[in-house]
Write a protein of this length. Structure first.
Length: 250
């Protein structure tokens, strides 16, 4: 099985997120589908991450988000939407105290098998009802390709309440200019994962323009500190967008 995966990996030429279409639908319906798709895709996603099948992650974005976090002498980190746990594991190996949560029980099971970070099975909605259930006084809160819903402001406001005044929120997401597919406006899109080996269920996600991301941070009590655009070494196009923000106190 592993040899077959490696043959398919060698054929990948671009991130799977480019295999998308504009999607019509209601926000709540699509939000439910996001959770359903992650549960359905948990095995294939875990294999893809651990076998480094996603080219942009392998070449650019994994290292980029780690650099964005490790530049700060932080000790206590929260991994929001931690998935199968790869980032939490890396941060734990760097000596950080790491906690993570995800709505998918299948992915949390994989995360718990991967390392001894403090993982919880928890939906974003449940988290926003009582943010402190995952802990408080975090130096860094990271959302690594995990903000896919239409309404992120409630989540970002909740994160604000458990972050130290001196802390940082680090968001890595797809770069709007790279994946706009000729339609540069907020709206639902659908990821099909067709460039990746394995069995997949398509997943809706909400596309945001650059200004929309900044607006979401601003209304949620955050001030943008750094904007990073990691560049793909072969295409020389932005592979992702990293928004590094600090709590606004006034």
């Amino acid at each position: 099985m592993r040899k077959g995966w490696l043959k398919k990996i060698a054929k990948l030429t671009r991130p799977s997120i480019t295999n998308l279409k504009v999607l019509a639908g209601q926000g709540m319906e699509n939000n439910d589908r996001i959770i359903e798709s992650w549960n359905a895709n948990a095995r294939s996603w875990t294999d893809a991450v651990r076998m480094k099948a996603i080219e942009t992650r392998r070449l650019v974005t994994d290292e980029a988000v780690l650099d964005a976090i490790l530049r700060y002498p932080s000790s206590r980190v929260l991994d929001v939407g931690c998935g199968e746990g790869w980032l939490s594991k890396k941060l734990l190996m760097e000596g950080r105290e790491v906690f993570g949560f995800d709505a998918s029980p299948a992915l949390i099971a994989e995360a718990r098998r991967s390392c001894n970070a403090g993982f919880m099975e928890l939906s974003y909605q449940t988290f926003t009802e009582q943010p402190s259930r995952v802990g408080t006084d975090f130096d860094i809160v990271v959302c690594n390709f995990s903000l896919l819903d239409e309404n992120v402001s409630t989540l970002l406001k909740s994160i604000h309440t458990i972050t130290k005044p001196s802390g940082h929120l680090v968001i890595q997401t797809v770069h709007p200019h790279t994946v706009s597919a000729g339609r540069y406006e907020d709206g639902w899109r659908e990821e099909t994962f067709t460039n990746l080996p394995g069995q997949w269920t398509s997943m809706p996600w909400f596309f945001r323009t650059m200004s929309s991301w900044i607006d979401a941070l601003t209304i949620s009590g955050w001030s943008l500190s750094r904007l990073i655009e990691p560049v793909h070494p072969e295409t020389t196009m932005p592979a992702s967008l990293i928004l590094d923000s600090v709590p606004r106190t006034t």
